[in-house]
Write a protein that binds this ligand. Structure first.
Ligand code: HEM
Length: 408
């Protein structure tokens, strides 16, 4: 291994995903990594990181070299052997297990099924927005932290009175303390509570089906080699628990990040206000500019060499999407938000790539599009109270917990 690659004359680069630098948006660090240490080793946390688009994109697609099976977060990969057994979820599976699971859950995520949710999604977004006072509110705490959870828990079939509790547990589950890799005790408890809650809900739906996703997941089946395969209660519990993190937190981050980015580039907000048909392109650009899921964690299944440095088999590898989508080798003026940007690639790396690419991308795009449209009406001109801006400290995701704004 060649850790000295990570150091340049007199000035070592440190990329620490559990540091304030990461929580604040590590774009300067990423630029140095891409330029000076495109294959980086962290002795502190024992992981490797790839940061250039042309390495991250093929790496994300290459599930044979970069396995997901040990987990999607660094603490899971490192503690795997003695970890508390938790239900295996789709994001932490390799083929053939992944293929079977993906086929089963895809049945409830068809483009048609998602398109049919538009009225419900709109209703949830406007329910959250209607109570807001445009002269002063918090984009995240009062809006974007609320509606994605409402959407997902409604889809799953969680009764109204329990939906907020699910969200509070999720926040605890993702929270990290600066300088600590481990999930805090409160996070483990929240994870257990969420699992127990969904397990109980699955039992209720087994006894009596409703018009919701848990009921549909119970009835979903596929046939492989003449064998009919179904999801177990534990599979469904794991999937439902995972959707909170995969589907709610990410949209929360996207919308919060968007309103800070537009405040930094107000001309782009004005453009959008003048021409709402640009909203879908703006969503893609926002995902590029500040990827809500900053890195995907993998385990190398073989020795793999980049720039004459070998990542040994068994190593934890971070495929840093948040850097790849700012790579100047790929995007002109990457640090500029430009909703009219011409893209060179047909896919958006912020939703992953290959077999694990985001199952909820269509839903996420829909939610973001409706939310931005609603915000353009509510606060066509706005200011961010920068003193009140607060970043989250979480694993994998990057974004804000507080974005206070007011209409001007
Ligand atoms: C802006 C919002 C979102 C972003 C940026 C995002 C990003 C991602 C990324 C990067 C992955 C790939 C992870 C990997 O390769 O290890 C992924 C996977 C996934 N996402 Fe999303 N996501 C978003 C919203 C959603 C929503 C709304 C849902 C569902 C309601 C969802 C469900 C999933 C699932 C189930 C997977 C795992 C797929 C698999 O392993 O086959 N996501 N997402």
């Amino acid at each position: 291994m060649n850790a000295t690659k990570s150091e340049v004359a007199g000035s070592p680069i440190e990329f620490d995903p559990f540091s304030q630098d990461f929580f604040d948006g590590a774009y300067d660090t990423y630029r140095r990594l891409r330029d000076e240490a495109p294959v980086y080793y962290s002795a502190k946390w024992d992981f490797w990181a790839l940061t250039r688009y042309d390495d991250v994109a093929p790496g994300t697609k290459d599930h044979e070299t970069f396995s997901s099976a040990k987990g999607a977060t660094l603490d899971m990969v490192h503690s795997h052997d003695d970890a508390i057994p938790v239900p295996k979820v789709i994001i932490s599976m390799d083929p053939p297990e992944h293929e079977k699971m993906r086929k089963l859950v895809s049945k409830v995520f068809t483009p048609r099924a998602i398109a049919a949710l538009e009225d419900m999604v709109r209703e949830k977004i406007y329910e959250c927005l209607d109570g807001l006072d445009p002269s002063g509110f918090d984009i995240v705490a009062d809006f974007s932290a609320l509606f994605p959870n409402e959407v997902i828990t409604t889809m799953l079939g969680v009764p109204k009175e329990d939906r907020n509790q699910i969200r509070l547990w999720l926040d605890l589950l993702l929270e990290r303390h600066t300088g600590e890799i481990a999930v805090p005790k409160t996070g483990y408890e929240a994870s257990m509570n969420t699992g127990l809650y969904y397990y109980d809900l699955v039992q209720q739906r087994r006894a009596r089906r409703e018009d919701d996703m848990i009921s549909r997941l119970i009835d979903t089946e596929i046939e492989r080699d003449g064998v009919v395969e179904k999801l177990t209660d534990v599979d469904i519990t794991g999937f439902a628990t995972m959707l909170g993190g995969a589907g709610a937190e990410t949209v929360t981050k996207l919308v919060g990040n968007a309103m800070v980015a537009f405040a930094d580039f107000p001309g782009q907000w004005h453009k959008l206000r003048e021409d709402r048909s640009k909203i879908p392109a703006a969503v893609e650009e926002l995902l590029r500019y500040e990827a809500p899921s900053q890195y995907q964690v993998r385990t190398a299944t073989r020795d793999v060499t980049y720039y004459a440095t070998t990542i040994p088999e068994g190593s934890a590898v971070l495929l840093v999407t948040g850097s790849a989508t700012r790579d100047e080798r790929m995007f002109e003026n990457p640090d500029i938000l430009d909703i009219d940007r011409e893209r060179r690639m047909g896919f958006n790396l912020a939703f992953g790539y290959g077999i694990h690419s985001c199952l909820g991308a269509a839903l996420a795009r829909m939610e973001s599009r409706i939310a931005l449209d609603a915000l353009l009406d509510l606060i066509p001109e706005y200011e961010v109270d920068r003193d009140g801006l607060q970043r989250v400290a979480m694993s994998n995701v990057c974004g804000w917990s507080n974005v206070p704004v007011r209409k001007v």
